[in-house]
Design a protein around this ligand. Sequence first.
Ligand code: NCD
Ligand code: ZN
Length: 343
Amino acid sequence: MELTLTRPDDWHLHVRDGVDLGSVIAHTAQQFARAIIMPNLKPPVTTTGQALAYRERILAALPQGSDFTPLMTLYLTDNTTPDMVMEAAASKAIHAFKLYPAGATTHSDAGVTDISNTFAALDAMQAHGMPLLVHAEVTDAAVDVFDREHVYIDRVLEPLTHRYPELKIVLEHVTTQDGVDFVLAGNARLAATITAHHLLLNRNAMFSGGLRPHAYCLPVLKRETHRRTLIKAATSGNPKFFLGTDSAPHARERKESGCGCAGIYTAHAALELYAQVFEDAGALNRLEGFASQYGADFYGLPRNTGSITLEKNDWTVPENYPLGNSTLIPMHAGQTLHWRIKQ
Ligand code: NCD
Ligand code: ZN
């Protein structure tokens, strides 16, 4: 069996920098035409100048002959000014701002401490049609880690959609029924990305037979009812939901640790993993909209030309891949996948 799609895009991706970038970028470039590149480097990418320089480093790290296009983002901080938004919009290479609540996840300590500090920047983003990408989790230690998404929606995101009805907002890596309901109830400028790992795993994966650091990401995996809701949303054909892997490489020893980093690596088999989800849901005919159309439409970018073909052909995921001077453990390491990109 084969499935041919318009070339897809990844609307949420971490590729890091330096030697790590060189290790992972080929995986994404091999299947996606474009990807929204997350700005959570250390230090974060907060200015257009930094993003353009980062873009050059990504282009330089691509395999020979690749036509992959990195779509850059800026890291929103308490100090982002309307002028910085204007400069980003004028650059044409910057496609969004990413809002990390301070302390919510990996390299987010420079994030926004109070949403009201960003209002001037958000006004400018709304005026320039610049999307806001949101890591929607409260950092309040009093809130249970499994409730952080819906509490963030109630406290911050819902009010924000009323204050900025024209602002394009993406609820990144939505993980809950509450998140899906919120996106469904919103206007056409409110959308969400969905990861492959949140479609394939529930929170039991973190504890199966022992503590499983490679199944730990943020937002953390949720219970099975939420996973089912995500599958329904992703396979519904509703253009508010599109592909964003949140593939997040970390060196093995940083995850297998007394305080392991959050992040699941899926770039080695992103489309294959999504294809399995859509096949299991009886919705393979809806994969193309989710992977290759709705995201581009939302961002106001042309859909890709060209195509990619998946075939039913078992293969075994390697136990690890190089990551700079170390290795990373990919999702489903050592396991058999049924879909494969046809070379
Ligand atoms: C991401 C990372 O490692 O950069 N980790 C993750 O678990 N998703 C950060 C993020 O997007 O939250
Ligand atoms: Zn991410």
